[in-house]
Design a protein around this ligand. Structure first.
Ligand code: LLP
Length: 383
């Protein structure tokens, strides 16, 4: 079990997110060290966790940011990410968001369709600017992950198909206010079979050959995010295997002279440092089952309800022998279950439970359904 400062946690109103700053910094350090070995450039995927205090810690490392909304771009600028390291992706960027990003002078737009390119060109022209774009390409590689977070297949809505690419490159050459600076890929999230990044690298190599034959030279290749984490054993594997991840790209991807490799890690940066802390409201004994009813619900952490995701749960205030519970929230939905038949130290009203590995896609995906308060996030260094 991780070392939680129980007495301090007891003073905070539950449910809330708790972020272990030491682990976050150690993770960032590992990411940077391994990326620096090859001159690779990470952009933290802000969608995983945009808590202001967490963002400020990540920005302080000097890495870039990957945003998917105008508000994320603004939050990153505010948190101290240099604008020239911000990339902006998404299939449905609105005019307002594109204008905000143009005003902020971001590094580039990761564009996903021809109509979007036309709008970027038009809006950049009105401002007398040249917008840098990378084309998001759908490489049709299966990431062997949950279907809701697989993105690189032909059936998904993301990116240009490989077949259309040459046509799109020709179109951009005729646009006066858009400059093509690279290609962007992302095949999915929570990828634990790192072998999936090899076929991706091979597709990129083939595409580069094809484009080079047409005289197209690209300054950047962006491979997106996706590196998975160990939800089963957060204490055994607190830091993802960035070394192996970057080694695969260094080995398989044929970067051209002067070409930069960018990546967009989200979950792998923030997941393990965060826990959702919740209090047991009632222990309800049924005929065959017992329920630990906690004060957090699917509104605070939606991953189990939405993706059948597993989060390790621990009773951090009891050392009694383990018992089995269905751990459920208070929301009026039968999917509001964190885990069935979960073995934790015998629980009683008032105990604190930690839902581990919840730093990514946890706090940021919270909702106010049932008019509940949004959960707050606290750093280990501020309590
Ligand atoms: N780049 C792009 C273009 C993306 O779409 C994503 C995630 C990332 C980077 C970051 O991927 P990561 O390194 O975090 O795997 N809410 C879901 C995950 C959705 C991921 C969406 N895209 C979950 O809770 O599992």
């Amino acid at each position: 079990m991780a070392n939680f400062p129980i007495e301090k946690l007891r003073k905070i109103e539950t449910p809330f997110y708790y972020y272990d700053v030491e682990l976050l910094k150690a993770t960032l350090n590992e990411l940077k060290t391994e990326a620096d070995k090859y001159g690779f450039l990470p952009h933290y995927a802000v969608k995983a966790n945009a808590n202001e205090k967490v963002l400020a810690i990540i920005a302080a490392t000097g890495i870039g940011a990957d945003c998917v909304s105008g508000n994320e771009v603004l939050a990153c600028v505010k948190a101290g990410f240099p604008a020239d390291k911000i990339v902006f992706a998404g299939v449905g960027k609105t005019d307002k968001e594109i204008n905000a990003a143009l005003d902020a002078n971001i590094f580039c737009f990761n564009a996903e369709s021809i109509p979007e390119l036309e709008v970027i060109n038009e809006l950049a022209a009105k401002k007398g600017k040249i917008a840098h774009v990378e084309l998001r390409v759908n490489p049709n590689v299966d990431a062997h992950t949950h279907s809701y977070i697989t993105t690189g297949l032909n059936e998904n809505k993301f990116g240009f198909s490989m077949d259309d690419l040459e046509k799109v490159v020709d179109m951009i050459a005729k646009m006066s206010n858009v400059e093509l600076i690279g290609l962007h890929f992302h095949i999915g999230s929570q990828i634990t079979d790192l072998g999936c990044f090899e076929p991706l690298s091979e597709r990129i190599n083939a595409l580069q050959d094809q484009l080079e034959a047409k005289g197209v030279k690209l300054k950047n290749i962006n491979v997106g995010g996706g590196l998975g984490i160990d939800y089963e054993n957060p204490d055994g594997n607190p830091i993802p295997n960035f070394k192996k991840y970057f080694e695969i790209y260094a080995k398989c991807l044929k970067l051209r002279d002067g070409q930069k490799l960018h990546c967009e890690p989200g979950r792998s940066v923030v997941a393990q440092c965060g826990s959702l802390i919740t209090k047991v409201t009632y222990v309800k004994k049924g005929k065959e089952k017992q329920f630990a009813i906690v004060d957090a619900g699917m509104t605070d952490l939606i991953r189990p309800a939405l993706y059948q995701a597993y989060h390790k749960i621990e009773n951090i205030t009891s050392s009694k022998p383990a018992e089995k519970y269905d751990i459920v929230g208070p929301i009026c939905e039968s999917s509001d279950v964190f885990q069935k038949d979960c073995s934790i130290a015998a629980a009683e009203r008032g105990d604190l439970l930690a839902l581990r590995s919840a730093g990514a896609y946890g706090e940021i995906m919270a909702s106010r359904y049932n008019l509940r308060e949004l959960p707050k996030g606290y750093l280990s260094t501020e309590i």
